[in-house]
Design a protein around this ligand. Sequence first.
Ligand code: G4P
Length: 285
Amino acid sequence: MNYQWYPGHMTKAKRMMQENISLIDLVIELVDARIPLSSRNPDIDELGKNKSRLILLNKSDLADPEANKLWMTYFRNLGFHVLEINAKTGQGLRQIQPKVQEACREKIERDRKRGIKNRPVRAIVVGIPNVGKSTFINSFAGKACAKTGNKPGVTKGKQWIRLNKELELLDTPGILWPKFESEEVGKRLAMIGSMNDEILQMTELAVELLAYLLVHYRQPLFARYQVEEGAEEMTPVQMLSLICENRKCYKKGQEPDLEKAAALLVDDFRSGRIGRITLETCGEA
Ligand code: G4P
């Protein structure tokens, strides 16, 4: 399967990000808690060097709570400030303001020594498409000020949202691209729905997903599709057939519709109906 899906806007987007980053003190980077490494942009560390950094593990409601804790520690050990949030419900957002102060302590201290008073921290929200940037800005700023949609880069006329006297946010998030090099990364991005489903082979994706779930989340998978644990090993393809039967996915003439079963499984996974699942463990690339 070919997982490369973005057209050639990357250089432009990166240039705009560079331009915008020069104006800010703090990079708020959203990653998807289900794939915290694969949903990171490979250039962000270079782009954001010399800036304060805050990583938000977004969609933490869909990810394994134990894995969330491990990932928090992982990023903290790398020197990032990090929080677990759900941008959709606003959970975790109240911890952001104190975290920002902590992350920007040096800058605040520097300003104070120079006699600069009341200069707010300026922040930009960045992340790959669909990670929840617009939802986050809307929830965090408390009004519909960020447009949802996936336009690369940042708009020309820069608008700052003044959240309070200590913090200003660039109103449009910076869109960055995930890593393309690895097929594994592409697969995981496809699983969480971060790319156009029209170009994906759903059955192949479902089989890959099942291979992972059978090893790591067997019990919730079996519970969801009322599969009895048997003595024999089950292959991902057999599991897909069982889902197909269980959900009565048939074509005309009672022929099993594996494509439909695959789409159903992937949708169940993405919406958290199988349970809270993380596809990446710390240390994997
Ligand atoms: P982007 O700007 O980074 O491209 O992402 P955007 O905010 O458009 O969010 C992409 C999708 O992710 C949206 O769903 C949004 O509701 C969902 N989302 C964002 N944050 C969270 C979160 O913390 N938890 C969960 N469960 N979902 C989150 P959508 O399918 O496009 O819309 P809708 O189903 O919410 O209407």
